[in-house]
Design a protein around this ligand. Structure first.
Ligand code: FAD
Length: 422
């Protein structure tokens, strides 16, 4: 018996048309800019609505951009000048102007973190605003449709068609394709790595992928008892002779540690996991250095734990004193040299025990991905397949917490959209 024909895909573009796969941050912006030259654009999305990562970003507030950008804080296994060039293709001020003037979302600076959020503090406004702008500019949107493969068909004489797009709702042709399918992080939002598999199958070099900006696990029962406590601190992750440093919020969880500072160095731990030696994480719990603590400890006459607790949550102070071998009633004048040395080390260079990480389920981004050398730096067109463009998280780059990853998605989405339109 013959299978029922698949329903025809609504809005499939004609000759010269552009298909954007994935209506996430990068794909939405790519589709908007792909309309620049009046080419037909179809945006295909597997979920019912798209932009789900935007919805859950920044705790539902969407940290849309940083107020300033340090490109050296991005991580890639590709040549970093390529990454910097792609980022600089759309300067922050121009990105901000796009959101405020074209999408219609005024932004506000959170002074203590340097992050930009929509004034409304609603991530939904960002997702809906981009989707509305795309539709207003003439982008056709097809949801609940999964792209499962791409075939380069070549450009038969007299035709601009060069790609067959294979989808869950039927196959059709287009002249250019922009892959904006994200990485592997938080698969519930729709990104499960299909796009990376398609890129690999088309012969692109994929740098090993790994969860990044993800919580770490493996604290001791004593540290797990601090679950829920948060503070600002400084953390250094040392592996293979390199040190990666971050400072800011830290949170004890039931299983380990989270908060921006931990997330920012988590990729070092993740990549070293199972290797010998694995990454060593060291924490300075306050902004006081070893000399300052030594002087204060020498000068105090009261309980040592009370002095320490003046600068951090009391329960953490108790745990650090306990781990340094101090009895709870130890007073300053009774402090032994060995105890002081151990306590100062615990306060300024505490080795944070860890065993693993919470993986892609919790990772805000995916490390690794399509090698940046496999796309032309200005247009993001594949160096292997003309007419194929790639952008966003599926490329081998990610930045720290703070709006860096959207800055990357917006900039590369725009470059790919303009590249395809030309
Ligand atoms: C909890 C969380 C909070 C975050 N907060 C911030 C923040 O505040 N600031 C910041 O800068 N970054 C933040 N990020 C990171 C940011 O969300 C990502 O870097 C960004 O969304 C990546 O955009 P993208 O378009 O490349 O990929 P995605 O957003 O993952 O979009 C990919 C889209 O493609 C679709 N898709 C995938 N495969 C197919 C297919 N085969 N066919 C059809 N459609 C497909 C998916 O459904 C999805 O809609 C956060 C991430 C998470 C998980």
């Amino acid at each position: 018996m013959l299978a029922a024909p698949k329903p025809r895909l609504k809005g499939a573009p004609g000759e010269g048309g552009i298909v954007v796969v994935g209506a996430g941050a990068a794909g939405l912006v790519a589709a908007i800019f792909a309309r620049t030259m009046n080419r037909e654009v179809l945006l295909i999305e597997r979920t019912t609505d798209g932009g789900r990562k935007i919805l859950i970003s920044g705790g539902g507030r969407c940290n849309i951009l940083p107020s300033s950008l340090q490109p050296e804080r991005f991580v890639t296994d590709s040549p970093s000048p390529l990454l910097r060039g792609m980022l600089r293709s759309w300067p922050l001020a121009a990105q901000r102007a796009f959101f405020e003037e074209e999408v219609g979302i005024p932004l506000a600076l959170e002074a203590e973190t340097g992050k930009l959020f929509p004034v409304s503090n609603r991530a939904r406004d960002v997702r809906d605003g981009l989707m509305t702008l795309a539709r207003t500019r003439g982008v056709e949107v097809q949801t609940q449709t999964t792209v499962t493969g791409l075939q380069a068909t070549g450009s038969p004489a007299g035709s601009e068609v060069s790609w067959r797009i294979i989808t869950s709702r039927g196959d059709f042709d287009a002249s250019s394709v922009i892959l904006a399918t994200g990485g592997l992080s938080v698969p519930l939002t729709g990104s499960d790595g299909t796009g990376l598999a398609i890129a690999r199958q088309l012969g692109h070099e994929i740098h090993s992928t790994y969860p990044a900006l993800t919580p770490l696990t493996g604290s001791t029962p004593l540290l797990a008892s601090l679950s829920g406590i948060s503070l600002d601190m400084r953390i250094r992750a040392k592996w293979q002779g390199r040190t990666t440093e971050s400072h800011g919020g830290f949170l004890f969880t039931h299983f380990g540690y989270s908060g921006p500072s931990v997330l920012d160095v988590s990729h070092v731990a993740v990549r070293s996991h199972g290797q010998r030696p694995a990454a060593v994480l060291r924490v300075q719990w306050t902004d006081r250095d070893a000399d300052t603590w030594s002087r204060e400890l020498a000068a105090t006459h009261g309980l040592v734990v009370s002095l320490v607790a003046r600068h951090m949550p009391e329960r953490l102070a108790e745990v650090l004193c306990l781990e340094a071998g101090l009895p709870p009633d130890r007073r300053g004048p009774e402090l032994r040299r060995q105890e002081r040395t151990a306590l100062v080390a615990a306060l300024t260079s505490y080795e944070l025990p860890w065993k693993g990480d919470e993986g892609y389920k919790k990772a805000e981004v995916t490390g690794g991905g399509v090698a940046l050398t496999d796309v032309h730096p200005r247009t993001l067109e594949s160096v292997r397949h003309p007419g194929l463009f790639m952008c966003g998280e599926m490329l081998d780059a990610f930045g720290p917490i703070g709006g860096y990853n959207f800055a990357w998605a917006w900039a590369t989405g725009r470059a790919a959209g303009l590249g395809a339109a030309r």
